[in-house]
Design a protein. Sequence first.
Lengths: 215, 10
Amino acid sequence: MNIFRLAGDMTHLMSILVLLLKIYATKSCSGISLKTQELYAVVFLARYLDLLTDFFSLYNTVMKVVFIVSSLAIVWCMRYHRAVRRTYDRELDTFRHYFLILGSFVLALIFHEKFTVREIFWAFSIYLEAVAILPQLVLLQRSGNVDNLTGQYVFFLGAYRGFYILNWIYRYFTEAHFGRWIASISGLVQTALYADFFYYYFLSWKNNAKLKLPA
Amino acid sequence: ATGPEAHDEL
């Protein structure tokens, strides 16, 4: 564990807490893409297949459980909670995310560390996470102004993988055989997808204006 | 697998 990875995990946890706060405090999920939340649930379920077989540390196991339970709880809330589901922007959240699942799985069948179920699902989860934010970014562009909590949620979600990139650079220089090319390249793509969001988020912060993504 | 190839990151 290094400071970059810990900062990344805490930022990731922060994004989830902000989203839970938004949904719980405002009893609304307007501006939130259910499809992105579903993709994240798939990412964590596919990535943490080793939850019950491999034990690295209490931290590692606890965080995996937190990510799986929170992503499933958010999907359940947006689909079935009486008050929340009414605020879901169904007609705006139309990104065909099944293609992202299919594409990521095909890519994982081609590029993986070992041709085993665990490794193919792990690579699949890495590729899927890189593109999982797309439905959410499309929804933000369509839904005019973005409320503060939603903007902060996406900001922390984008920033966490940026910290992981610093972690991979650090591990590359400090560990002999560190070659996590799948995660590193995918992480770069993932963070790059947030570039325009970060730009408009920074502008809104600088001008103290409401966050607005151009359509 | 807790060797080098194991995925110790979240």
